[in-house]
Every structure is written in structure tokens, then in C-alpha cells.
Design a protein around this ligand. Sequence first.
Ligand code: OSB
Ligand code: MG
Length: 358
Amino acid sequence: MQLLHPFETSFGVTRERRILLVKVTDGTQAGYGEVTAGEGPFYSHETTETAWHVLHDFIIPRALGKEIDTARAFAPFVGGIRGHNMAKAGLETALWDLEATLEQIPLWKLLGATREKIDCGVSIGIKPSIEKLLETIETEVNAGYRRIKIKIKPGWDVEVIRQVRKAFPKILLMADANSAYTLADVELFRQMDKYNIMMFEQPLHYEDMIDHAELQKQIQTPICLDESIHSADDARKAIKIGACRIINVKLGRVGGHAGVRAVHDMCRDHGIPVWCGGMLESGVGRLHNVALSGLENFSLPGDVSDSKRYWAEDIIDPPVEVSSQGQITQRAEPGGPGRYVKAELIDRLTVRSQVFSA
Ligand code: OSB
Ligand code: MG
């Protein structure tokens, strides 16, 4: 699927998404999940191709022909496979969708979510100029979004933040570095500390917690971890050593809805707010994100935004829509994404598929 606008981060530019969907069926109903891995191993180790391989050769063989009472009981089947959380989540989330349909309740309620309207933010990539960035922010603020996240990298940071703050003194503003800095840059973070930024997201190495704890001691602005957190246990450790005060929860990165719930509960019990991150998802992953964003401790606006910011035509009908108040309303119908997929469009876009039967 072609993105409407190229998306640039400190690790590169994405113009086109190669999306891997997982469909499960009990013979009567179907559930859908999305593997949120990128095209290349830049945000994380996983890619669309590694996910295909690991699903094909390891995850699906462990699940096929097994009795699984509820989606919540899926994780142990793939517990012996280290990592590859996004591949695991592709199947796990499809099972949740199927379960919601079979149980005849909306997916968000099956997940235990209570919030019927979720607050939306946007993630804005690195732009060719600060003027272009200011124009984009203006468009998104006028559309109603409640929080603006910009991407930063060395050479696109302090001056950018200064100008954005000058043009928009009141907006909720945050900055995501995608691991582009080291502790040697602490002075730069001290300079950005002055601009009332909600949080710096993943400023340091993608596997680090120790240096983040050190940086957090030296700056006022809260640090939010993204890339470093893969489980509730990671969250526990990060909180314990003071590596962050906020956590970005991504469905794929934590291995599915059960992983989200575990990280969510761990953070809630320690007074750490969470928000839902995005991975430029199609409508299938997007609807999963909307559903989980209704859990009580998702108390900050997430990167879950309108289908039309990404796609000329999304693969779900109706697409995800954000109101002029910057909110998405949970769907009242039973089930989840599978209920809304445009099967013909997906067929037309499909370049490879494989069926596994028990
Ligand atoms: O770090 O949050 C990130 C997109 C791809 C990979 C990593 C990230 C992002 C985003 C975009 O920030 C969020 C979205 O709009 O889906
Ligand atoms: Mg991030």
C-alpha cells in the first residue's frame, strides 16, 4: 500500500508499506491481525519477511491443530520462540478478533476497555524544511488532534523545537528521537528542556535502559520509552531504575493484546501513564489499536489517527475516522477488524498468500 505522504524518521524514509495480514477462521467466522513489522530492520530487528518466515516455520506449526479456549491463552504456545513479537502478535490479535465475533461482543469490551472515546494525537515525520513542518502542524491542529509529536534527529532538534514552540505556544508537544542520540548529547536535551515538551520519546539506544535512567536524572522533561520495552518485565525494570516516566505501548512490540494488558497493568500499578503507539498500520492494525486504547491507563493521547492521513483507500469500511474534537469513538457492533475488511480490495493488493489447515 502506497502511503499518501512519505514518512521520515531518524532511521529512514517509508514511502510504501508491505503489510502482512493474518486471518484465522473456525470455518464459520474470521478474525484478522496485522504484523506491524517494517519493511527493513530499522525500528526493530523484525521485517515483513522475517515475520513471514517465523510465522510459517515456527509460530503457525505450534498453533495448528491445537485447542485454544481463549485468545488470552495463546502466548504459551509460542513462549519457546525468542523475540519476534510482531510476528506472534499477527496471529494473537487475529484470535482476539475471532473470539470477539464468536462471543458477539465488541473487541474493545472483550479486551476490558472502558473508554468509549479515545483522544488522538499525530506523529509528524521529519520534513524538508521547518516551514513545511509548521504548515503540517497547523493542518493537524486545525483538524482537532490533541497532541503533536514531531520526530527529531541530530541537526533537526533544538532549533526546530524552538520554532515550533514559538509558532504554537499552547499545543501539547512531544519529540521522538527513535534512538538517535547518546549520553554525550545531554547538553542538547537540557536546551530542549526549556520548551515545555510533554516527553522525549526513546532518545537513546534501542536496547538501553541504564543510560536513559542517567539522562532522566539530568533533565526535567519526562522520558518515554518505546523501542526498549517488549514486555511487562521490561516495564518493571525501566520503572525501577527511573529510565522513564511514561511508556509508549505498541501492540506488535509487546507480542499482542495479552502483552499490552500486562504492560498496561504493570504501569498502572506504578503510576506510570501509557499511550498507544502506531506503526503506520492499515485499517486492520489501526482498529486493534483503537480497541486497546480504551483501557483505563491509556490516559495520554496516542499515535492513533485517521485512516485518511495515510491511505487514499483503507482496507476497512468504514475507515477509522477522527472527529473534529480529535477523538475516535469505539464501534458498537460485536467483533473487531474482521467485520470491516474489504475482502476484494485485499485480494487485489495481495502479492503472496498461504493457507494452513489443521
Ligand atoms: O517510533 O513511534 C515510532 C512509525 C514507524 C516506526 C516507528 C514509529 C512510527 C511513528 C508513526 O511514530 C506512528 C503512526 O502514525 O502510525
Ligand atoms: Mg517512537
